[in-house]
Each structure stands twice: as structure tokens, then as C-alpha cells.
Ligand binder design. Sequence first.
Ligand SMILES: *[C@@H]1O[C@H](CO)[C@@H](O)[C@H](O)[C@H]1NC(C)=O
Length: 209
Amino acid sequence: MVQRRFPPVSSVATMPFLLLLAFLTSAIHGQAASPEVGTVQILGFKYAGDGCPPGSAEGEVSDDGHAITVMFSRYTASTDAGLDGRRKTCTVTVNLSYPPGFRFHLGTVTTRGYAKLDAGVTATAQTSYYIAGEPGTARAKHVIDGPFDGDFEFTDEFTDEFNVLPYSKCNVIRDLNLRSELRAGAGLITGRSDDLRLTQEFSIIWESC
Ligand SMILES: *[C@@H]1O[C@H](CO)[C@@H](O)[C@H](O)[C@H]1NC(C)=O
């Protein structure tokens, strides 16, 4: 039979101190502050660009409010269709609602799709975001080197030239703009082989304000 163990007296005495330390550490970093589950919602979702014709994009936000996923069903850059097809873009505009007392920036973008490239050529996925009325544009860029033939998934961090990522304004909801660009040097970059979708998942980093 397993006996229930109680901590020795000394560790009971240090416990309040450790809890206090944990609390102070999280307070100093301004973290541990995220909106409650279910309170972050997409109220408006628009998109425009030759990479996302009408009816070809959808967006959703995770229950915990930590990720926005955008799914494209017709985003293809390809040299098969001549030079016009080798570069495609899409700008998605999201009206994200969230409780007062929080602000956010985006952390990373994870892009999933399919590419087919000959040796010596590259495809590029470049993504940027900005918040209407706020300074700065942050970018994330990924280059796929040929030869390549298959599904890909990569995660890139957003950075901007001043090392200050664009933040949403405290207690004011402004449009969040997500701009992507796919380029194929010679070959194809498009949706995945199983569901034919190109998806981008954006991580949302919250803090209280
Ligand atoms: C977001 O949607 C809400 C509700 O429809 C609206 O009141 C607000 O003006 C919208 N914000 C932007 C930036 O479009």
C-alpha cells in the first residue's frame, strides 16, 4: 500500500516565498495576461489581391485567443502560367475584437503549403503585418531552395527595422492587416497536396495595458 507523504516542515515554510517569487517574476515580465478563453473574436474579415480571389479565403481565431489562422484555397504562384503568375499577393484585413485592458502584437507566422522547384531556383513567401493608424510594419520572410518537391511547413518570426513590433492600441480596436506575397523563381508554390489549401497561422502575443 502506498502511503500518503507530507512535505517536510522546511519545504512547507519556503512555499509562500516561492509563490511570491513566481508572482513577482510574471508581473515583471508583463506576461500571464491574456484575455479569457472565448473572448477574442473575428468581427470582420476582408481580403483582396490576385492570390485570393473572392470566395477563396477564410479566417478563424483559436478559442484561447492565441492564434489566427487564414486558409487560402486558390493561392498559387507558378511559372507555368507565364510571368504574370509567378508573383501573387493577398492582403487580409481582420477586425479582431477583444476585451479592454489588453493589447497585442503578432509573434510568428507558420505557413503550410506545397512547392515544386527545380534545382538552383527558389520560391519566397513573404508576410507582413501592420495595424491601421499605428506606426510600423513587421515582416517575416522564408526562402525555399530547389530542388524541392513536396509539402512544407515553416515558422518565421516577425521583425521590423526598428525592433519595435507594431502593437494594437490599448482599448481601441483597429484593423489588423496581414499581407502575404508568394513568388516562384521557376516552378510552383501553392496549397498542400492533401486539402489543396495554403494556410497561415499567426501567433498572437497579449499583454495587459
Ligand atoms: C469592428 O467591428 C465592430 C462591430 O461591427 C465595429 O463597431 C467597428 O467599427 C469595427 N472596427 C473596424 C476597425 O472596422
